[in-house]
Design a protein. Structure first.
Length: 206
């Protein structure tokens, strides 16, 4: 008798799970566990260009979207907002800072050798004299500066995104798979994203 009750309980639990998985919220969670994306018609998959992007597209479009996401940074044209300039702690350092900070950075670079310990130390020739620390404005930045400058560099790094203007390099445009999607892509890709958005209702399972 006990076994019979357990069997009925198991069936009820299974039915409850199936019901929950039929809801949109649970289907969204299901994709994280590699469960079938059965909201799209056969031959289509979720685009996933941005989090929560459940527009149904052909598999190649999803692969292309993932590739465009990986290449996003390389397609942006780094521009600082008014009042800020590139820090240039190194030739590739495009963190936006005040003009005074860039001057200070250039000065620190010039004085770098004079602030290292001539007798070496725990870090060999990179050891700073007493009262100085590594700036660490970027990985591998061993220029010796006063502690406040290192703190300021870390703060500037944290504020970097808020001081930039988001622009795409020439030949690229924002994808706009959603209103907040500012990944830079070729114009034909943006046109395809708009077309996929338009056709989304017809590619879903009824």
């Amino acid at each position: 008798m006990l076994g019979k009750h357990l069997t009925i309980a198991g069936l009820c639990a299974a039915m409850l799970i199936l019901f929950l998985l039929s809801t949109p919220a649970m289907r969204a969670k299901a994709t994280k566990h590699n469960l079938p994306q059965d909201t799209c018609k056969q031959g289509f998959v979720w685009r996933e260009a941005v989090p929560g992007d459940y527009v149904c597209v052909v598999p190649k479009t999803r692969s292309d979207a993932a590739r465009d996401n990986r290449l996003a940074d390389s397609r942006r044209s780094p521009t600082c907002k008014q009042g800020f300039v590139w820090r240039e702690a190194s030739p590739s350092d495009l963190v936006c800072v005040t003009v005074e900070t860039r001057r200070q950075t250039a000065n620190d670079n010039q004085l770098a050798d004079s602030r290292r310990s001539p007798s070496g130390g725990p870090y060999g020739p990179l050891t700073c004299k007493q009262g100085f620390v590594w700036r660490e404005a970027f990985p591998g930045d061993y220029v010796c500066v006063v502690p406040k400058t290192r703190s300021d560099a870390a703060r500037d790094n944290r504020l970097a995104d808020s001081r930039r203007i988001l622009n795409c390099k020439q030949g690229f445009v924002w994808r706009e798979a959603s209103p907040s999607d500012l990944v830079c892509v070729y114009p034909t890709v943006r046109e395809q994203a708009a077309e996929d958005n338009r056709l989304a209702p017809y590619r879903r399972q009824l």
